[in-house]
Design a protein around this ligand. Structure first.
Ligand code: SAM
Length: 190
């Protein structure tokens, strides 16, 4: 017999979640590698498929690839020279995250479903054309904070926390514990 909770579980399963990519504008190779690295790590860990990085930074892309080899999944960082062409050719909804945008709660219903989503975030300064080229300008609150926080909140609201299956193929995996650290390393056990 179907219960209210089994019905709601089924309906949650039926709702397709969009594949999400991130476009990071205005990266400064060699000047702020930590912030962009944290953006890529948060995007990967919270369920995005890829990050487009403008301008390209092959060293950073290789560092993230090495983390993905170790911890699994298929997240990639792709360098781009021409960010406008990434937005124009994107086959889905382009969402510019900005403190000046409309509230996230209002935008979420338009982003649910299988159509891909591109989250565009800036650095210190955002080219004004982004506001016009995006389908939606969305604020995670209307206070200034950070691209890492904005992407993390939107991914959580859109996708929920990813299942461990998403990170298949890694050499290492954490065994969650109440205290201390436990990591299974396949290189050591095989
Ligand atoms: N005054 C800048 C602006 O235009 O939002 C703040 C730049 S902030 C250091 C870098 C990036 O973080 C922004 O380009 C934006 O993508 C993101 N961001 C900061 N605060 C945000 C907010 N409240 N909502 C959505 N995104 C935000």
């Amino acid at each position: 017999m179907a219960t209210a909770s089994s019905d709601s579980r089924r309906s949650r399963r039926r709702k397709a979640r969009p594949p999400v990519s991130v476009l990071r504008l205005g990266h400064r190779p060699g000047r702020d590698p930590r912030l962009t690295t944290h953006l890529a790590l948060a995007a990967r860990a919270l369920g995005a498929d890829r990050m487009y990085l403008e301008p390209p930074d092959p060293d950073l892309a290789e560092r993230i690839a090495s983390i993905a080899r170790g911890w699994g999944g298929s997240f990639t960082v792709e360098g781009v020279e021409d960010w406008k062409s990434v937005i124009r050719s994107f086959p889905g909804r382009v969402v510019h995250l900005t403190m000046y945008g409309r509230p996230l709660d209002r935008a979420l219903p338009r982003l649910a479903g299988p159509a891909p989503v591109l989250l565009v975030v800036g650095g210190a300064k955002v080219p004004p054309d982004v506001y016009r080229l995006a389908d939606l300008n969305v604020g995670v609150g209307s206070q200034p904070h950070s691209e890492v926080a904005a992407v993390a909140v939107v991914l959580d609201r859109l996708l929920g926390l990813p299942s461990p299956r998403r990170f298949a193929g890694g050499r290492r995996r954490v065994v969650p514990r109440a205290r201390g650290k436990s990591v299974v390393d396949r290189r050591r056990t095989s």
